[in-house]
Design a protein around this ligand. Structure first.
Ligand SMILES: C[S@@+](CC[C@H](N)C(=O)[O-])C[C@H]1O[C@@H](n2cnc3c(N)ncnc32)[C@H](O)[C@@H]1O
Length: 277
């Protein structure tokens, strides 16, 4: 992230380690201090209309008491680093059973904005009404016909299934997020041609959706398996595209083409503007 210019990213999708030791990558003794470092960088690279979403579960508690999602949320609120726009409840029907408490069926997605003039395209993610509902609503003179055609606001409770072990979308990562969740975030919180960043990318599902939606994408992960997972996503996607659709496999993209990613071009532009000014 330190290599990225200021203000160059529209949306950061952040699904950080939860600090509950579910995998080798999931323990950070100084969780809050470590999180502060990347949160400060997020603020720097985000455009003033930019958005940050952080995944996690309030139910997951940090074993060692060194921090969890609640610690991050409290820090952001106290430091006023970002403004909370929505706490989205991602509700699913599939999950573990429980006997000593109510079985957990939700995770949280905290949506933050860098400023009050954040980008949000509600129309891109409205849920269409079915024909029966539309016919009934058209008789109601208080409702505007164009609103009926546009569909309903999906609200801040999203009922989207989690990926089962045998889900067709799964490429092998323990905590892979569903395309439907990432798609709703990318479609509403970024715009075509803008850049989406995910630095805890896991399987790079963010990149897969970003490409499909015409956004630029930067994804990284501490695990080198990121590229294998990404390749699996791409192979599945390519198989679903119409025959004859052209594409360039990423291993054939020359290094200097990566350097021409729009965020670096912006930096070049800024540099030359600085020289002229
Ligand atoms: C919760 S998973 C993300 C899963 C991803 N959202 C998906 O749907 O595929 C968190 C990821 O953070 C990565 N990670 C952990 N520590 C990291 C670090 N210091 N820098 C970059 N990635 C890290 C892990 O390897 C893991 O893939």
């Amino acid at each position: 992230m330190a290599r990225l210019p200021d203000d160059c990213v529209q949306l950061v999708i952040c699904d950080p380690p939860y600090n509950i030791s579910i995998a080798d990558w999931d323990s950070y003794p100084g969780y809050l201090e470590w999180s502060k470092a990347w949160l400060n960088e997020v603020r720097r690279v985000l455009h003033s209309s930019g958005n940050l979403v952080i995944f996690g579960g309030l139910q997951y508690q940090s074993e060692a008491g060194t921090g969890d999602l609640l610690t991050i949320l409290a820090h952001i609120r106290e430091s006023r680093l970002f403004n909370l726009v929505n706490l989205i409840i991602w509700n699913y029907q599939n999950g573990m059973s429980a006997h000593r408490f109510f079985a957990n069926r939700h995770e949280e997605i905290a949506w933050f904005a860098k400023s009050k003039s954040y980008y949000f395209d509600l129309d891109a993610v409205r849920e269409p009404f079915d024909e029966k509902t539309k016919t009934a609503y058209r008789k109601d003179k208080r409702l505007r016909p164009e609103s009926i055609e546009k569909g309903r606001n999906p609200t801040n409770v999203w009922r989207i299934p989690r990926l089962n072990g045998n889900s067709k979308e799964r490429v092998g990562h323990l905590t892979q997020k569903p395309i439907a969740v990432i798609d709703r975030l990318i479609s509403s919180l970024s715009y075509p041609g803008s850049t989406v960043l995910d630095f805890f990318a896991g399987t790079a599902v963010t990149t897969r959706v970003a490409i499909e939606r015409g956004r630029h994408s930067i994804s990284t992960d501490v695990e080198p398996s990121l590229t294998d997972y990404f390749e699996s996503h791409m192979q599945r996607w390519i198989r679903s595209l119409p025959e004859g659709t052209p594409y360039i496999p990423y291993e054939m993209v020359e290094a200097d083409q990566f350097a021409r990613h729009p965020v670096f071009l912006q930096r070049e532009l800024r540099r030359s503007l600085h020289t002229v000014g």
